[in-house]
Design a protein around this ligand. Sequence first.
Ligand SMILES: [Zn+2]
Length: 204
Amino acid sequence: MSPLTAIIYTDSRVSLDSLRNAKNHSFLVEEIRKQVASLERREWRIKVSWVKAHAGTLGSEMADRLAKEAARCEGTGNMFTRIPKSTLYQEAREEPRHKWQREWTTSQKASATRQYFPRDQDRLRSKIKLTPKISAVLTGHGMTKAYLQRFHLSEEATCTCGNEYQTMDHILFQCANTSTQREDLASKQGTSHNQAQEGVSCVH
Ligand SMILES: [Zn+2]
């Protein structure tokens, strides 16, 4: 470690993300970059790291108190008016999504859908045209033999390929009778079916 090393701890993930985001040119972020660059020219090495908020860290609580004092001081108003609207919009847009993701991850409901979309980004990125059949698959109500047997609409759950349990995962990832469609889909997505399978199996 360089003898002149400073580690700045922050409990603000937004600040860390903003600093790491090369496309973020907001006033305060640019100011911090300039200060860091200036210190690095003088042989300093500056690291920024995240710390849990209000975790009894002496420095963290002191910084919190100083920030509150500074916010009350006259003359600092300029700093706040120089946060660009785009940053405020971005934070306002992201907060409900983070809240939604926390609820999605901890919810006891929709476990079938969560297997396909563990994170909200996965769903937002995928361009799926929702049809009643696709919705049925994604919500765990696809009319597989296992599903029909569960509701006593079929006596057995055997797949047409001979596998004794025809679940949706079986049809999507294992069934010999759907291998052509599976390979076709995988090649269109530019991914092997093994990768696709890993993606879903890992969340089981
Ligand atoms: Zn099968």
